[in-house]
Design a protein around this ligand. Structure first.
Ligand code: ADP
Ligand code: MG
Length: 356
């Protein structure tokens, strides 16, 4: 089988230096590929869209403009984002928010509850403290971790659907404590992928591959009737080397979370990645990168927003709880662990190991 690999560049390529990056590879037969496939750095990552024979500059333009708009809503790294406005008002007042932000926060709270807080959209203070993926990444002192953890609590995010001056508004968001901060890094790209798919539907696009830094959506059918092939990055190999392939027969999203995606090596020589442990589970340390033997979790679901939130959630929860959560939400999952690859029956039936 000939596979063309779309290389996904992540925001912080520091990890490339250490050769154990992972990522997702949307792959498809070369003869299908449009020369018009477009890529852009937006939403903190490299985003690539391939519309095949339906590609037109106007539609690419519309899709990337939409991504830029979504970045202005969801970015945790821009002072002018809508999200930053909610964070600035933490402990002060509720902020009126857009329907987009409301939808994502609502779903994030759903997953926070479903994971007993292992997934938490108010993780901002802890993410900032570690700075993983930035030049100031470091192992924070325990006292600072404790102080950040005291500000992470999804139950103190108040979301109210609303009406204002008799007009319907999406609603308001309020972080109850000063210093609290939202970070939607684990779910916003999934929402964006779904949003682009809705534009494709409206435009009557027959087939497309959307790849937002590893949040992949395959849309429609390949013209040769064969399944889409999405490669799963080998955690122990350089970017672009996949361990196996998922064969997808229909429009669906594939999202992975991995310990090789963004990380730094501490002064103690240890690997510190960007998916953080928030709950006591007897493994790893609260407030630290999750240490449970999982190298990556790859989730397949119709909703890319769910697949995104689930990939992060299932990574932290580990195999048993993560598997149950994925299945309860109509998703399939492949776990890559140190010594084994295992997953839900539906996922393993379409997964082919390509390297060992
Ligand atoms: P990526 O952003 O590399 O695609 P993920 O979807 O797994 O990977 O999201 C990781 C990001 O989510 C982190 O960079 C951080 O912003 C945020 N995050 C880390 N740990 C958690 C957690 N336990 N709950 C919610 N968000 C998290
Ligand atoms: Mg995620």
């Amino acid at each position: 089988m000939i596979i063309e690999i779309i290389v996904i560049r992540k925001c912080f390529s520091i990890a490339v230096l250490y050769s154990i990056l992972l990522m997702f590879l949307a792959a498809c037969s070369p003869k299908n590929r449009s020369i018009d496939a477009q890529g852009e750095f937006v939403m903190g990552t490299y985003c690539r869209i391939d519309l095949f024979e339906d590609g037109s500059p106007a539609l690419y333009n519309k899709l990337f403009t939409r991504l830029e708009e979504l970045e202005k809503i969801f970015s945790a790294n821009r002072d002018d984002s809508e999200l930053a406005g909610v964070n600035r008002n933490a402990g002060i007042e509720a902020v009126e928010i857009s329907a987009e932000l409301f939808t994502v926060l609502e779903r994030a709270l759903y997953f926070a509850e479903a994971t007993d807080g292992a997934f938490d959209p108010t993780i901002g203070p802890l993410v900032k403290l570690w700075g993983i993926g930035t030049e100031y990444a470091r192992i924070p002192p325990d006292m600072e971790i404790a102080a950040a953890l005291a500000l992470v609590n999804w139950k103190e995010l108040e979301l109210t659907a609303g009406i204002k001056e008799d007009l319907p508004i999406a609603g308001t968001a309020f972080l109850k404590k000063k210093g609290m901060a939202l970070d939607l890094g684990a779910i916003a790209k999934g929402y964006a992928a779904d949003d682009l798919v809705s534009i494709l539907k409206e435009a009557g696009i027959k087939r497309a591959v959307i790849n937002l830094g590893g949040n992949v959506y395959v849309w429609g059918k390949k013209d040769n009737g064969k399944p889409w092939n999405v490669g799963v990055q080998d955690p122990a190999a350089e970017r672009g080397n996949y361990l196996g392939i998922l064969e997808l027969e229909r429009s669906i999203s594939v999202v992975s979370s991995g310990m090789y995606e963004r990380f730094f090596t501490g002064d103690d020589g240890k690997h510190y990645h960007h998916i953080l442990e928030l709950t006591e589970n007897g493994r790893g340390k609260r407030g630290y990168p999750a240490e449970n033997g999982i190298l990556s979790a790859t989730v397949i679901a119709v909703s890319s927003m769910d697949a995104d939130a689930l990939s992060t959630s299932c990574f932290v929860l580990g195999y048993s709880r993560g598997m149950a959560l994925a299945l309860a939400n109509g998703a399939e999952i492949v776990y890559i662990e140190e010594k084994e690859i295992r997953g839900s029956p539906g996922a393993m039936s379409i997964f082919t190991l390509t390297s060992h």
